[in-house]
Design a binder for this molecule. Structure first.
Ligand code: NAI
Ligand code: OAA
Length: 329
C-alpha cells in the first residue's frame, strides 16, 4: 500500500513520470496535481490496467487533498530552461512554487518523503528544508533532491566512448549538486574500471556536467529534458518505494547532510566543508536515508578533488540563496 502524489503532473516531466508511476505495481494510490490540464492526464492514465487508483487534483483549492496521507510526494512543478538560461535563472519563479507545495505537504502529510525535481535543485531543496523547519516537521532523512539524471547520463555517456561497457549496469558516483560545475562525476571509482586519457576524462566530465544543455539546445526553446528525466525520476521513486517496503537500496541524491552526520564526515573532509547539503550516494531504508555510503577516497584523483572544491564553492551560494528566500520572506 503506497500512496504517491505528483505535483506538476501535467507538465513535460509530469506526464511521462505519471505514466511510469502508474506502471509501478507497488503503488496503490496515485494523486496527480497541477494548476492546468490535469483532469485529462489523470483520466487517460487511469485506464491503464494496473491496480493503482488515479485521481486528479486541479488548482490550489484541491492541493491539500492531493497531498493528504501520501507516503511520497514528487515535485516536478515549475518552469524549465530556454537556451541561454542557467538553472539559477529559474529561481525567481520556481522558488515560490516549491515553497507553496512543500507548505501543503508539511501541513497534510508531515511524514511524507519529499523528492524535488524542480530547478535549481541546489536551492529548491534548501527552501524545502527551511519550510519544513518552520512548520516543525523537518526530518533531514526524508528530503531529497533528485539528481538521478546525472548518474543516468554518466553511465550512458561513458558507453558512448567505451561501447564494450554495459550502460544498464555501469554506475558512476556523482557528488556535489545539480548544475554545471557543481556536478562532479567520480569516474575513477566507477563500478567498472574506465581507462581514460586526460583529454577523454576532461571531455567526459564536461559532458556529464553540462548534459542538460545538450537537450535545452536541441529542444530550441521548447524546454529541457523531460523523457530522460521522467525515467530518472521513476527510477528514484521506485528505489524509495522498495526501501519503504524493507529492501536495502542504494541511490545517489542531493540531501541534507544532517541525515547522517557521522557518514557525512568523509564527504566534509573531501571538500564539502560545512555545507548543509550535498549530493552523495545513500543507502535508503524504511525511514528514508539510512546512511551515506562511504567512498573509496584513496582512489580519488587530484582532478576529482579539485572539482569537489569548485562545486562546494558554488553550492555555498546556491544553498544560502534558498535558505535566505525563506528566512527573509
Ligand atoms: N532535477 C533534474 O534533474 C531536472 C529538473 N528539471 C526541472 O523540472 C521542472 C519542470 O520541467 P518540465 O516538466 O519540463 O516543465 P513544464 O513547464 O513542461 O511543466 C511544469 C508543470 O508545472 C506546473 N506548475 C506550475 N506551477 C505550478 C504550481 N504552483 N503547482 C503545481 N504545478 C505547477 C505547470 O502547469 C506544468 O504543467 C523545471 O524546473 C526543470 O528545470 C528538468 C529536468 C531535469
Ligand atoms: O538542464 C536543465 O535545465 C534541466 C536539467 O536539470 C537537466 O536536464 O539536468
Amino acid at each position: 500500500m503506497v500512496s504517491v502524489a505528483i505535483l506538476g503532473a501535467a507538465g513535460g516531466i509530469g506526464q511521462p513520470l505519471s505514466l511510469l508511476m502508474k506502471l509501478n505495481t507497488s503503488i496503490t494510490k496515485l494523486n496527480l496535481y497541477d494548476i492546468v490540464n490535469v483532469p485529462g492526464v489523470a483520466a487517460d492514465i487511469s485506464h491503464i490496467a494496473t491496480n493503482a487508483e488515479v485521481k486528479a487534483f486541479l488548482g490550489p483549492t484541491q492541493l491539500a487533498d492531493a497531498v493528504t496521507n501520501v507516503d511520497l510526494a514528487i515535485i516536478p512543478a515549475g518552469v524549465p530552461r530556454k537556451p541561454g538560461m542557467t538553472r539559477d535563472d529559474l529561481f525567481k519563479i520556481n522558488a515560490g512554487i516549491v515553497k507553496s507545495l512543500v507548505e501543503a505537504i508539511a501541513e497534510n502529510s508531515p511524514k511524507a518523503i519529499i523528492a524535488i525535481i524542480s530547478n535549481p535543485v541546489n536551492s529548491t531543496v534548501p527552501i524545502a528544508a527551511e519550510i519544513l523547519k518552520a512548520k516543525g516537521v523537518y526530518d533531514p532523512k526524508r528530503l531529497f533532491g533528485v539528481t538521478t539524471l546525472d548518474v543516468v547520463r554518466a553511465s550512458r555517456f561513458v558507453r558512448d566512448i567505451r561501447p564494450e561497457l554495459d550502460a544498464t549496469t555501469l554506475r558512476v558516483p556523482v557528488v556535489g549538486g545539480h548544475s554545471g560545475n557543481t556536478i562532479v562525476p567520480l569516474l575513477s571509482i566507477a563500478s567498472s574500471p574506465i581507462k581514460l586519457s586526460t583529454e577523454e576524462r576532461d571531455a567526459l566530465t564536461h559532458r556529464i556536467q553540462f548534459g542538460g544543455d545538450e537537450v535545452v539546445k536541441a529542444k530550441d526553446g521548447a524546454g529541457s529534458a523531460t523523457l530522460s528525466m521522467a525515467y530518472a525520476g521513476a527510477r528514484f521513486a521506485d528505489s524509495i518505494i522498495r526501501a519503504l517496503g524493507g529492501e536495502s537500496v542504494v541511490e545517489p541524491t542531493f540531501i541534507p547532510l544532517a541525515a547522517d552526520p557521522e557518514g557525512a564526515k568523509q564527504i566534509r573532509e573531501l571538500g564539502a566543508g560545512d555545507l548543509e547539503f550535498f549530493a552523495v550516494t545513500v543507502e535508503l531504508g524504511k525511514e528514508g536515508v539510512k546512511s551515506i555510503v562511504q567512498l573509496p577516497t584513496s582512489n580519488l584523483t587530484g582532478f576529482e578533488l579539485k572539482a569537489i572544491a569548485v562545486a562546494a564553492e558554488a553550492l555555498t551560494t546556491n544553498i544560502s540563496t534558498g535558505v535566505n528566500f525563506v528566512k527573509n520572506a
